[in-house]
Design a protein around this ligand. Sequence first.
Ligand SMILES: Cc1ncc(COP(=O)(O)O)c(C=O)c1O
Length: 394
Amino acid sequence: MRPDPLAYLTAELNALKEQGLYRKLRILEDEQKAQTTFDHRSVVNLSSNNYLGLTTHPRLRERALEATRQYGVGTGSVRTIAGTMDIHMELERRLADFKKTEAVVVFQSGFAANAGTVSAVLSKDDVVVSDELNHASIIDGCRLSRAAIKVFPHKDIDAARKILQTLPASQRKLLITDGVFSMDGDLGPLPQLCALAEEFGCIMMVDDAHASGVFGRNGRGTIDHFDVHGRVDIQVGTLSKAIGVLGGYVAGTRALIDFLYHRARPFLFSTSHPPAVAAACIAAIDVLLENPKLIDRLWDNTRFFQAGLKSLGFNTGASEGPITPVIVGDGALAMKLSDRLFDAGVFAQGIAFPTVAIGKARVRTIVTATHTRDELQFALDAFASVGRALGIVQ
Ligand SMILES: Cc1ncc(COP(=O)(O)O)c(C=O)c1O
C-alpha cells in the first residue's frame, strides 16, 4: 500500500485533540429555533444567527413552497448565463429600496459577497486598510485581489490614519470594517472611519452581516444606525443570519453593481440561488417592514440576558448587541464550559484560536427575538452553576 500523502492532516488533528480543541459537529435534529434538539438532547439554543426567528416563520416557509411549485427547485445555471429568474431581480430591487441605494447584487452567501467584491474592485497596485478583527471572507477577498494589505489594531482610528498618511495620494485605497464584529458583538466606528475615508479619498466598505435585520430602522444595518447614508460606497449584507435564509448582497451605485455583474467571480462562476431562497428573502423584507416589534423583542432579550451574565460576574467583553461573548481566556476551558453547559441543557459554542486570538477563547452566546424569558433564565442559571463549578465566576 502506498504511504498516505495526507498523513500530516491526521497528525494535526491529533494535536488538536491533545489541546482539547478538537470539535465534533453538533447535529441539529429539529428546526433551527430557540429551544431545539441537538445530538438527541433538548437545549436552549444560544448558538444560531437566527436573530429574529425567521428560519421557521410561516410567511417565509409559505413563499418558499409557492416558489418551488412555480419555478422548481433549482436554476440550472449561473446568473450570467441562464440562471437569472425574475424573482432574483425582484429580490435585488426590494433590497435596493430597503437599503436606500441605487442597486443591489445578490450573491450565494455573505462570504461570496465579501470575497467576490473585494477581489473584483481591487488589483495588485491597490491597497486595503483593514481592521484586524474583520471577517475571514474580507481577508480572503483581500488576498485574492493581490492588493497590499495594511491591518490596523481593532477600531484604532489613529493607527488607521497613520497608515493612510504613509500612502501616496494617487494610490487606490479601500478602507474596510465589519459593521458588527462577529466574535465580540461590538460595532465598527463608522462615523470616524467615513471621515477618514473622505479625508484620504478611500473607497469605504462595510460588512454588515451581523447588523442586517438587527441594527438600524427595521434592521437596515449600521449605516442606518449611525446615519452615514451616502458615505459608505460598498455595503455588504447577509441573508443567512437575521433574514433566516441564505445569501449575501452588495448595495451601492448602479455602476458598482453593473461592474460586479461583469467581474465578481462567485457571481460569474457559481450557480444562482434556488427560487425558494429568493422568494423567502423577499418575504423576510416584508416581515421586517411590517413587524418591527420583532426587532424590539430581540433587543429586550439582549438587555435581559447581558445584564444577567454581567451580574453573575462573567466577562462579556465589549458587546453592543445580541452577540455576547463569555470570555474565559484558555481554549480548553472555553470548550469545557461549552460542553458542561450542553450537558446542563444549553448550547453555546466554544470558540478558540484561530477563530479568536490566543488567550481570548470564549463561549459565544446569541439570543434571539423568539427566546422566552424562562428559556433565558434557564440558560443564566446553567451559566451560574457551570461557571462556579469551573472556577470562572464565584
Ligand atoms: C462578519 C461576517 N461577514 C460575513 C459572513 C458570511 O456570511 P454568510 O454566512 O452569509 O456567508 C459572516 C458569517 O459568518 C460574518 O460573521
